[in-house]
Design a protein around this ligand. Structure first.
Ligand code: ZN
Length: 331
């Protein structure tokens, strides 16, 4: 397992959610071997944390019905070079039954998700937030018993497609309940890409001040083009953990209009250009991203895959051939 020492050397801990959020809403079946090839590629690129699948009922998310097989495949071969640090592996679980399915499969951590929006919680699960939080105690106890770290996820943390604005007080209430239940890693999910940078800055600043011993994770969707800006705002407000998915895949099957996660390649590129060490092999990720359409039939929504890295100068090779800037300008 990647030790906290490994994380300490990183300015930003980028967490890949391709295997769960990236795939969960894809209707055509992605073969387990293809999922494994992508996840091994991501782990091999030294991404320090991977959420690889979800132990929800297959009726709700049929694409992830191979959760056990994915875990077994990664336990056999994680795609990490000998001697390289092993990434932390996590999975989403809906309840104690999900925890039981995840236990003993090489998974280090599991995550619960509860909406900050009462309307979203009721629409998805037909239960209110308080009731869901009461039930979370069983799952947390099961995780403790199984030796799995439990993380608390908050959906619609910055806005809800049903309710609209979600007051910071509502988000803070769910975070506070998680903290009371003993959780020390809490993920703030912008489920349908409604967050904006000022809102992220204010929320992260307030929550960190109230819960100095909690590690906060930002889970951002780029639905409206604000994903990277929100990530930067979150890091500038003091958090270090950011979720992303290869090729910007993803979306919530229960949130109409939700589109992909922040793209893993664009996020790592932005962080490294700013000077925030991620420890990730960006070139390996770019090579993997180029293979995504062939492997899955899905398009990669990645700016860097289209334009190249900031220092991949498009005119450089042409200039070398001609030797003249003037010829370039004439062209
Ligand atoms: Zn998501």
């Amino acid at each position: 397992m990647t030790t906290p020492d490994t994380f300490a050397r990183l300015d930003v801990v980028v967490q890949d959610v391709t295997g769960r959020d990236g795939f969960q809403n894809v209707a055509p079946w992605i073969p387990t071997e293809v999922k494994l090839e992508l996840l091994r590629g991501i782990a091999g690129a030294r991404v320090p944390w991977l959420e690889v699948t979800s132990f929800v009922h297959p009726k709700w998310v049929p694409q992830l019905r191979d959760a056990e097989d994915v875990c077994a495949g990664l336990a056999a071969d994680l795609g990490v070079a000998p001697g390289a640090p092993r990434p932390v592996l996590s999975a989403l679980v809906p309840n104690a039954r999900g925890v039981a399915r995840a236990a003993g499969r090489g998974i280090d951590a599991v995550s619960l998700t509860i909406s900050a929006s009462e309307a979203h919680a009721r629409a998805n699960l037909n239960r209110g937030r308080a009731e869901l939080l009461d039930a979370a105690g069983d799952a947390i106890a099961a995780a403790r018993e199984a030796g799995l770290q439990m993380r608390g996820g908050v959906a619609t943390a910055f806005g809800c497609p049903i309710q609209g604005d979600v007051p910071l007080a509502d988000l803070a209430w769910v975070v506070g309940r998680y903290a009371e239940l003993g959780l020390r890693v809490i993920r703030l999910g912008d489920t349908t890409g409604m967050a904006h940078p000022r809102q992220v800055r204010e929320a992260v600043t307030a929550l960190r001040a109230e819960h100095p011993f909690v590690t906060f994770v930002l889970h951002l969707h780029d639905t409206r083009g604000m994903g990277i800006a929100n990530a930067v705002a979150g890091v500038e407000a003091g958090l270090r953990h950011l979720d992303a998915a290869l090729g910007g895949l993803g979306g919530c099957p229960f949130a109409p209009g939700a589109s992909g996660n922040v793209d893993l390649i664009d996020l790592v590129h932005a962080a490294e250009e700013i000077g925030w060490r991620t420890g990730i092999d960006l070139d390996a990720l770019i090579a993997l991203g180029r293979r995504l359409p062939d492997l899955t039939g899905l398009q990669a929504d990645s700016r860097v895959l289209v334009a190249g890295k900031r220092n991949d100068l498009a005119g450089r090779d042409a200039l070398r051939e001609d030797g003249s800037v003037a010829a370039q300008l004439r062209g």
